[in-house]
Design a protein. Sequence first.
Length: 120
Amino acid sequence: MSARFTLPSSLRIQHRRDFTRLKQSGSRRTRQGLVLNWVELPADSKPRLGLITTRKLGPAVVRNRCRRLLREAFRLNRPLLRPAELVLVARGALVGKSFAAVQAEYLALLRDAGLLNSQS
């Protein structure tokens, strides 16, 4: 049986009320291809992720690729994160980028927001 490299549903933000709460009461940072809304959580919590990809990005294939790349960047770098709920909004500049470029932009955005642990 092969290992599954998925993001468990317990680490995903899926409800509209959570997205709305983060947008209204959370902090916000932007970069060229991403917008980040977040709320920090207590130290014993796990980071959670929500993704927004609008139709402005392109057809479903393009939007799904953006979501997959952002989920993977979150999954691989989760140990570096301080506990927070994150909502990432993909912008058009993200379309067509490689995983390495998406991950670099994601980490730079987290660094700007101060959401990376001090030892990273």
